[in-house]
Structures are given as C-alpha cells and as structure tokens.
Write a protein that binds this ligand. Sequence first.
Ligand code: GLU
Ligand code: ZN
Length: 301
Amino acid sequence: MLTPALSHQGSYRGRFAPSPSGPLHFGSLIAALASFLTAKSQQGQWLVRIEDIDTPRVVKGADSDILHTLEAYGLHWDENVIYQSQRHSLYEDALEHLNQQSLVYACQCTRKEIKLRGGFYDNHCRTLNLPRSGNALRLQQHFPIEKFHDQIQGLVHIPKKIAHEDYIIKRRDGLFAYQLVVVLDDIEQKITHVVRGADLLEPTARQLGLFEQLGNCAPHYAHIPLAVAKPGFKLSKQNHAPAIDKRNPIPATLAALRFLGFNPPSELTTATIEEVLAWAVQSFCLDTIPKVQEKPMNYDA
Ligand code: GLU
Ligand code: ZN
C-alpha cells in the first residue's frame, strides 16, 4: 500500500480545478468551498486552475463566469490563475521524457473492441509497435496502485484490472488526457493537498502511480461526497444542474456548509459572505465531512 508522504517541504498548497464546460453549480460550489476552507484553515495557499485541455467540452466565456462566481462567493485565490490550454510545452516535454524511457505506445483499439474484451484494457497493443499518428498513446503501468488512504473516505480499494491498465495519456484526436496533465500540473504547482469530489476517487490511484513513475511526492487526497439531486443523479453540468446565483451567495454557501457537515448558526443568514467564510474557516474540521451525502438536498437553485 502506498503511504502518503509524511512531510511536504513548504506549507499547505491546495487547488480548485474546474473544467470550463459551464457555470458553477451547487456541486462544484461544494468542491470549491471544501478545498478553500481546508487550505485556509491551515493558513495555506489556495490556487485556481482552469482545466480547459478538453477543448471540445470548453464553453466560451465559462472560465470568466466561473472566476466571477468564485469572487462573488468570497473565494479569493492566491497566485495567478493557470490555464491548461497555455501549457502544452510542459505536457509535450513530459510525454517526451516518458517516451525516451520506452514507456509510451500507440493503441488503435476502439471502445467497442475493449468492451468486447471485457471492458478493461488488456494492454493489447503494448508490443505491436503501431504508428503514433491517428492512434491514442498509452502509458505502460509500472506503478499499479490497488489501495490508498483518503483523508475522508479512508482506505480505498481499486479493482485489480483498473489498477493494472495501461491508460491513455494522449487521445486519438491529439488532445492530452486529463490523467496526465492533472498530475503534471499538480507537480508543477507544488500542490500538497487535493480536496475534490468523490467522482475522482478511482482516477486517484492512477494519479498516485504517475507521481511515483515521475519520481515525485504525491499530494494528500480528500474526496468529498458527491451531491446528488436524487439517488443516482449527480449534480453536474452534463445533467444541467442550475448555475448558482452570483448576486446572492449566502443561501447556497450555507447549504453547501450544511452539506459538508457544518452547523451554521442562524445569525449567519443575515451576515456578509466574508463573515460566513470567516466563521467556516474557524469551525472547519475535515473529520466532520461525511463520507456520503447524508440528507436529500434542500437547495435547488
Ligand atoms: N477538472 C476536473 C473537474 O472539473 C477536476 C479535476 C481535479 O480536481 O483533479 O471535474
Ligand atoms: Zn490497443
């Protein structure tokens, strides 16, 4: 089992990494707030990174809308906002570095073929030496992680087949894959703690393996429960979750705090957003965050 590094040089550095595929909704507010409060309760830095690598999913103007919303909610970030779309040379260099170690290979398997072979990639093309152009690139998995410790979810087990899969680091369409760039960015931004939604729990194993492969110390991970409108319906841009109200941040913030296990006093309903956040930073404790959503959502805007 991989034990998280005991000490990171320097202080706490957290981040919020939204994909600009739409406005911030209640689910993403919870993730932003949880990572902000964890960082600020440790006197840490909180960075924002716009994950616009998947260009077909990018919605024009969504990045600035997200940033304005964060400001309206009092979630002020440290340092400059990073855009993945402007960091191709960092990603190319890393790909080249892995390539020189003969860890990268081209794969032409379609989703359908993989499904027919059982739904997991069986490293079929590893030794075929296929041409790169027009094919996806996969990374040989030499650091499979079958379990790890999450600061909220506890010990997480990863199915063996997923842990051992050679996964895609550059897509057939030429775009770098999330799995690769998220780790490169977390390394380059010296992130020590990642707090994000539990939909990213399984990909964390690959990310931990990639940190090892690259000879870097991995951050600590804490995965907050996903907000579901009703069982099985994650609040997401794909599910058309409504945008949160930029003009009235208090109700959504208080609802997000309750979701995260806080018990905000009723006076805060009439407080300023700065007062609400100051109270939350003071009262913050990772241990009160539930592993799964406890109550049905009582907030629908
Ligand atoms: N960009 C991802 C998302 O919006 C989050 C990635 C991460 O926090 O690692 O779902
Ligand atoms: Zn293949």
